[in-house]
Design a protein around this ligand. Structure first.
Ligand code: PRX
Length: 649
C-alpha cells in the first residue's frame, strides 16, 4: 500500500488506468476540454443533443427559458421519465436483462428484468389510479430498501403523481411534518424493514404520523410478517391492490416541467426544505451524469449503496442507472450485518463492476480491518465512487488500494439534493485524480469559487462555491415557499446559484470542497441543521435553552454536540442527557442523536445576545471525543474563555 505521508507530501496525482481510458466514452483530458468548450459555446445545443438520446412523446420547442432564478428546461416537450427508465428498453436485448438485483438483509434475493419491472410498475400504476391518485397529487413513500420502493417511485412518476420519499430512519414526527408540508394524499409503506437484525416498525410510525397529518390512503407492503394495526377504509395491502391489476399501463405524456418529486433536506432554519425537481431536466441530468461519470456500459453491474430516502438513492439507484438501461443493485440492510464483509460478499456474489458509496462507510469498513475485504474476490470492480462529504486522503488511499486493488479509478463526486445530479467529478477514463479533490466540473456545468461579491478568487484562496449558469437538473423551488428558494440560493451571491459550501481551486483548476458555510452539519454524509436539533431539544420540557454544534468525528465526519441549559432546580446528570438524546431521536430520527450533551448554567452570548457558536464549537472539538460526558459547564468559565479568546465578533 502506498505510504500516505508520501502521497500527501508529494501531492501525488493518479492517472486513469490505461484500461479505463481505452474503453471510456471520454478517454482523455483533450476530449474533456473539447466537450467543456462545446457546452460553453453552445449551451443549448449541448443539452439538446443529450436530451435527444431519450424518448420524448412530443419534442421540446426551446431548450431553456431562463428568468433567473426561474428555469424551464426543454420547454413544450412532453415525456415520461418512467417510460424512459423502463419502456424504452423493452424492444431490444435489454428486455430480459436484470434491471434490479436485490438482496434483503436476511439473505433473500430477487432479480427483476426490465420486462418484469415494467409489469410491476404497470400494476402499481393501475393500483394507484384505482385509489383515485391523480396527476399532480403528492404521495409520500416511507419504505425499506426493497424493489417495491423503486417500483412505487416509478409508478408515481409514471402517472404524474409527485413523490416525496421519506428516509425510513426518520421518526413518526418527522414523517408527519413532511406529509403535512407536501399535502400528501397517500403514504406507501411496509409492515417493516430489516436493519441490523431488527425490524424497523415503519407501519407503526406511519400510523402515528397520519394521526397528526391525515391522508386518504395508506398502502402497505408485506415484508416482515409482523403484527401491525389496521385502519379499514384507509389501509390497503400492496399485494391485494396489485393482485387483480393489469400488467399493462400506457405512460402518459407529461410536461417537461411537471413536478416529479419533492425531497426534504435540511437548511439553516429549523424547518427542512422541500426541494422540488421536475421531469425533463432531471431526467436528462441524471441520465447524462450516470453515463459520463460511471461510464456506464451494458455489461456493468452497478451498485450505489445509498438509501432511496436520500437524493443519491433517487438519482443513482433509480433514475440515472435505469434511464441508461443498467443493472442496478439494491441492498436492504446494514453494511456490517451480520459481519463487516457483507458489502464485499455482495460484490463477489454479483460481480459488481461499479461501486458507489459514502466516505463514512469507507472509513467504518477500513476501521473493521483488511481481513474482511481480503477474504472476498473483488476483481470484478472496475470503478469506485464516493459522495456526500469530503473524503480524507487516508480513506481515499485505502479505498483505491485495498478495495480497488490499485486498478480502479475513484470518482469523488460533488453535488447536492438541490443540484439533482453530479456537478463536479473526475471522468474515470480521463481525469487524473488527487486524493480529496472532486477535480473539475462536468462539461456543461459552470462552477466557480468566488468572494461575497461574486468575483472569482485566486488560486488556492478559499471562497464560496457557486454555479454561474443554469443546468437541467437544478431544483425549481422550495415546495410552497418560492421566496425561500430565491433567498437561500440566488441572493447570497447575486446572479449565481450559491451552494452553501466553501471551496478552493488549486493551480491545476481542481476543486477542493471544504465544507458548509451555514449552520448545516454533515453526519455520515447526511445533512442536518443545527437549528433543527436545537428545536428538538428545546421542545423538551426540562430544557430552557440549547445550542447545537458539530465536532469532528473520525468515522462520521461530524458528530452532534448539544449544549443545554436545563430548567432551574434540575440536577443535570447522565440520565437527563440520555433522556434528551432519546427525545431528539423521537423528534427527528436516530441519525440526529447527539453524540454528547453538555450542560451549561448559561450559554455564552455576545453583547447583542447571539450565542457564541464558534466558542462552543471549539469547546466541543476539544472535548473527549469518546464520551457521553455530562459536565456542567460553569457559565463564568465559558465567559472567561470567550473574553480571553476574543469570540465577541
Ligand atoms: O457539503 C457538501 C456535501 O454534501 C452537501 C450536500 O448534501 P446532500 O444534499 O444531502 O447531498 C448529498 C449527496 C449528493 C454538499 O453541500 N458533499 C456532497 N458531496 C461531496 C460533499 N462534500 C465534499 N465532497 C463531496 N464529494
Amino acid at each position: 500500500m502506498a505510504d500516505i505521508e508520501s502521497v500527501l507530501r508529494e501531492q501525488r496525482v493518479f492517472d486513469p488506468p490505461a484500461e479505463a481510458a481505452g474503453r471510456a466514452r471520454v478517454g482523455s483530458m483533450e476530449e474533456y476540454e473539447r466537450l467543456r468548450r462545446r457546452a460553453q459555446e453552445d449551451r443549448d445545443g449541448f443539452w439538446a443533443e443529450i436530451a435527444s438520446e431519450l424518448h420524448w412523446h412530443e419534442p421540446f420547442e426551446r431548450v431553456l427559458e431562463w428568468n433567473a432564478p426561474d428555469a424551464k428546461w426543454f420547454v413544450g416537450g412532453k415525456t415520461n421519465i418512467a417510460y424512459n427508465c423502463i419502456d424504452r428498453h423493452l424492444s431490444g436485448a435489454r428486455r430480459d436483462k436484470p434491471a434490479i438485483e436485490w438482496v434483503g438483509e436476511p439473505g433473500d434475493r430477487r432479480t427483476l428484468t426490465y420486462a418484469e419491472l415494467y409489469a410491476e410498475v404497470a400494476k402499481f400504476s393501475n393500483a394507484l389510479e384505482s385509489l383515485g391518485i391523480e396527476r399532480g397529487d403528492r404521495v409520500a413513500i416511507y419504505m425499506p430498501m426493497v424493489p417495491e420502493a423503486a417500483i412505487a417511485m416509478l409508478a408515481c412518476a409514471r402517472i404524474g403523481a409527485t413523490h416525496s420519499v421519506v428516509f425510513g430512519g426518520f421518526s413518526a414526527e418527522a414523517l408527519a411534518d413532511r406529509i403535512r408540508d407536501a399535502g400528501a394524499k397517500a403514504v406507501i409503506t411496509a409492515d417493516g424493514g430489516f436493519r441490523a437484525g431488527k425490524v424497523v416498525p415503519l407501519k407503526q410510525n406511519v400510523d402515528q404520523a397520519v394521526a397528526k397529518a391525515p391522508v386518504d390512503h395508506v398502502v402497505v407492503l408485506r415484508r416482515c410478517e409482523n403484527d401491525i394495526a389496521w385502519t379499514a377504509g384507509r389501509d390497503s395491502w400492496w399485494h391485494e391492490l396489485t393482485g387483480g391489476a393489469s400488467a399493462d399501463h400506457e405512460a402518459p405524456a407529461l410536461d417537461s416541467e411537471h413536478p416529479l418529486y419533492i425531497l426534504y433536506t435540511s437548511g439553516t432554519t429549523g424547518k427542512p426544505k422541500g426541494i422540488l425537481h421536475t421531469t425533463g431536466g432531471y431526467m436528462v441530468g441524471t441520465y447524462y451524469t450516470t453515463k459520463l461519470v460511471f461510464d456506464m456500459q451494458d455489461d456493468d453491474v452497478y451498485w450505489c449503496t445509498a438509501d432511496v430516502g436520500w437524493v443519491t438513492g433517487h438519482s443513482y439507484v433509480v433514475y440515472g442507472p435505469l434511464a441508461n438501461g443498467a443493472t442496478t443493485l439494491m441492498y436492504e440492510g446494514a453494511p456490517t450485518y451480520p459481519e463487516p464483509d457483507r458489502l464485499w460478499k455482495i460484490v463477489e456474489d454479483y460481480k459488481v463492476s461499479i461501486f458507489y458509496t459514502a466516505p463514512t462507510a469507507i472509513r467504518a469498513l477500513h476501521r473493521a480491518g483488511d481481513e474482511w475485504p481480503k477474504r472476498r474476490d473483488l476483481s470484478s470492480l472496475r470503478l469506485l465512487g464516493t459522495v456526500g462529504e469530503p473524503i480524507n486522503p487516508e480513506a481515499w488511499m485505502w479505498y483505491r488500494e485495498t478495495i480497488g486493488g490499485g486498478r480502479c479509478p475513484i470518482v469523488d463526486t460533488w453535488w447536492q439534493t438541490e443540484t439533482g445530479a453530479i456537478m463536479i467529478s473526475p471522468l474515470p477514463g480521463a481525469t487524473p485524480t488527487k486524493p480529496g479533490s472532486c477535480t473539475k466540473p462536468l462539461p456543461g456545468i459552470q462552477a466557480d469559487v468566488v468572494d461575497r461579491q461574486g468575483n472569482s478568487v485566486g488560486t488556492d484562496e478559499g471562497g464560496y462555491l457557486v454555479v454561474r449558469e443554469p443546468w437541467p437538473s437544478m431544483l425549481r423551488t422550495v415546495y410552497g415557499d418560492h421566496e425561500r428558494f430565491e433567498k437561500t440560493y440566488f441572493s447570497e451571491i447575486p446572479g449565481f446559484y450559491f451552494a452553501g459550501d466553501s471551496a478552493r481551486r488549486d493551480a491545476d483548476g481542481y476543486f477542493w470542497v471544504m465544507g458548509r458555510v451555514d449552520d448545516v452539519i454533515n453526519i455520515s454524509g447526511h445533512r442536518l441543521s443545527t437549528m433543527e436539533v436545537e428545536s428538538a431539544l428545546v421542545s423538551h420540557d426540562k430544557v430552557v435553552e440549547a445550542a447545537v454544534v458539530g465536532r469532528p468525528d473520525e468515522i462520521k465526519g461530524q458528530a452532534i454536540v448539544g449544549f443545554v441549559t436545563p430548567k432551574k432546580g434540575l440536577e443535570p446528570d447522565e440520565e437527563l442527557a440520555r433522556e434528551l438524546m432519546q427525545h431528539v431521536v423521537v423528534q427527528i430520527g436516530a441519525l440526529a442523536r447527539p453524540a454528547e450533551i453538555r450542560f451549561a448554567e448559561a450559554l455564552p452570548k455576545t453583547r447583542s445576545g447571539k450565542i457564541m457558536r464558534r466558542l462552543l464549537k471549539d469547546v466541543a472539538a476539544g472535548a473527549d471525543s469518546k464520551g457521553d460526558t455530562t459536565t456542567l459547564e460553569d457559565g463564568s468559565v465559558l465567559d472567561r474563555l470567550a473574553a480571553e479568546r476574543g469570540y465577541e465578533e
